[in-house]
Ligand binder design. Structure first.
Ligand code: FAD
Ligand code: SIN
Length: 533
């Protein structure tokens, strides 16, 4: 059993921001940050386009960014959350710059602000097309400068510890659930350790690996959302899965799919059919720069109607020198596959990219479970509503990181460890000898979600998905209850929970809104969140 004052599960933009903002103010508390693989293996590291923040006050203002976020969110954003994220965002980005983050500049020294879908002004700060890597580098270096932040790699959080582990029967109606830390699998020793914490912060990122095609790295298995669901915490809006319109189409089934940043369309790239015809005029007057839900559905529809395997992004008319300066990584990737963006159109398909729903938290990241906070992509804060505006995610991670730090530090002196927590009970389990079953179930799960719960949904598809998921759930639970735990088994189990939550949320929402489009309920009816019990 080990103890830390603060346990942060996740080392991306959200987790490291919480840690740094706490350590800045208190050097006398222990802050432990967990990564299930390497510290830098995060969704954060993969971010391309950049971070949206109102910067050029001659042209832009907070109100415009607020409006753009609300419009993209299609009636489901919480206006107060949107307001403070956008107002506090530029201060958080300035801090990031003070900590060493580089963003591209124009010749006159002003920031080169990019444009992405749904934004009415150029306001995306970026570092070439590898902004996420730069942010991850900056945060990791800053975190290292504090002696009281320990980043531990290859530690896999399995479950949150609550009164359930003291023998109490908790239900979703229990309103006094408390979190005492987490059971954590040490991947080097293969033992499950009890990690007690006075406050725990869930920052485990997204769950894109639940679909066949995703831009999310392999770590994005929805662990935090599933852990909170098992602990009977509140979740919301899980049906709103964002498909990025332009992942690079390949015939080699790469996982993850390589992203062709929306910033390329912001730079002038135009969506076309493989035959070279523009089609976005049929769907939205903002053409290739309409919000993501609209563009992804348009591409999906064009592919279905024409039977083509992909659509294309035409960049052949763009200034080559400037393209290379802005998108060196994208250019290199295309070239490595024999695609020359100045000669060929880039083949693109939509791919699962982001989950707008998740752990329901308040304006200070407090979840429905006491002493449990959450930040970043695993949360539902109210910022994104039914569809996230491009480049608002990194911003959300920074702003909520700061707010959680403020809030936790106010109560930390009054909190104690719960010393009665029992060790993990592994009795009756044995080494799994049929690992191949895990791979097969994972493949089935991804197929179910991709074919039945994708960009366009229907009642019958959702029902068929739930029937199939139920079977998978029973099989994997049996495996889990009898096997010695491994990260692969836990991830599969968590993804089955995520799949259930997305599908059930989609079934409950009898309307089409934002990222959730169903042919059986094409109109909009209410403005409620879906809460999953
Ligand atoms: P992550 O950065 O994903 O970090 C998750 C952490 O949790 C990791 O350290 C992981 O090891 C840890 N973890 C997970 N489960 C466990 C467990 N069980 N035990 C221990 N640790 C665990 N957003 C933008 O705003 N702008 C962009 O330009 C942009 N581009 C993107 C491009 C791509 C290709 C992708 C995939 C996403 C992009 N996004 C972008 C979205 C954005 O990158 C993510 O939403 C954001 O980085 C999530 O940050 P996070 O801190 O919540 O999670
Ligand atoms: C992109 O660069 O297109 C991704 C931006 C985002 O997901 O916010």
């Amino acid at each position: 059993m080990s103890r830390t004052d603060i346990l942060i599960i996740g080392s991306g933009v959200a987790g490291l921001s919480v840690a740094i903002k706490m350590a800045e103010q208190r050097q006398d508390i222990n802050i432990t940050v967990l990564s299930k693989t390497l510290e830098s293996e995060t969704n954060t590291s993969w971010a391309q386009g950049g971070i949206a923040a109102v910067w050029n006050l001659e042209k832009d203002d907070h109100q415009k960014h607020i409006e753009d976020t609300l419009v993209a969110g299609d009636g489901l954003c919480d206006p107060e959350i949107v307001r403070f994220v956008i107002e506090e965002g530029p201060t958080r980005v300035k801090e990031l710059i003070e900590w060493g983050a580089r963003f591209d500049k124009e010749d006159d020294g002003r920031f080169d602000l990019g444009m992405e879908g749904g934004h009415s002004e150029n306001r995306i700060l970026h570092y070439k097309d590898i902004t996420g890597k730069e942010i991850q580098r900056t945060l990791s270096a800053k975190a290292k400068s504090y002696n009281n932040i320990k980043v531990l790699e290859h530690l896999y959080a399995v479950n949150l510890i609550t009164q359930h582990h003291l023998g109490r029967n908790l239900t979703r109606l229990s309103n006094d659930i408390e979190c005492y830390g987490a059971y954590v699998l040490n991947k080097e020793t293969n033992e499950i350790e009890t990690l007690l914490a006075k406050a725990t912060v869930m920052c485990t990122g997204g769950s894109g690996q639940v679909y066949l095609n995703t831009t999310n790295p392999l770590i994005a298995t929805g662990d935090g959302i599933a852990m909170v669901y098992r602990a009977k915490g509140r979740l919301a809006n899980m049906e709103f899965v964002q498909f990025h319109p332009t992942a690079l189409f390949t015939t080699t089934n790469e996982n993850p799919d390589f992203l062709i940043s929306e910033a390329v369309r912001g730079f002038g790239g135009i969506l076309k059919t493989p035959g070279g015809e523009e089609f976005m005029q049929k769907y939205d007057e903002r053409l290739s720069l309409a919000p993501r839900d609209i563009v992804a559905r348009a591409i999906d529809n064009e592919m279905k109607v024409s039977g083509e395997e992909h659509m294309c992004l035409d960049c052949r008319h763009l200034d080559q020198q400037e393209f290379l300066e802005h998108f060196p990584n994208i250019y290199e990737k295309c070239k490595s596959l024999g695609i020359d963006p100045f000669v060929d159109m880039i083949p693109v398909v939509p791919a699962c990219h982001y989950i707008c729903g998740g752990i329901k938290v308040d304006a200070y990241g407090q979840s429905s479970i006491k002493h449990l906070y959450a930040a970043g992509e695993c949360t539902c804060t109210g910022l994104h509503g039914a569809n996230r505006l491009a480049s608002n995610s990194l911003l959300e991670g920074l702003v909520f990181g700061d707010r959680i730090a403020q809030s936790v530090l106010k109560e930390i002196n009054h909190l104690k460890w719960n010393e009665d927590i029992p060790d993990w009970d592994a009795e009756g389990t044995s080494e799994p000898n049929e690992l191949v079953l895990l791979h097969q179930s994972w493949k089935e799960l991804k197929s179910i979600m991709s074919y039945y719960v994708g960009i366009v949904r229907s009642d019958i598809r959702l029902k068929m998905a739930l029937n199939r998921l139920h079977l998978l759930f029973l099989e994997v639970e049996e495996l889990y209850n009898n096997s010695k735990i491994s990260p692969q088994l836990c991830e599969l189990r968590n993804l089955i929970t995520i799949a259930y939550l997305i599908t059930r949320g989609a079934q409950m929402r009898k309307e089409s809104r934002g990222l959730h489009f169903t042919i059986d309920h094409p109109n909009q009816f209410d403005y409620l969140e879906t809460t999953l019990m």
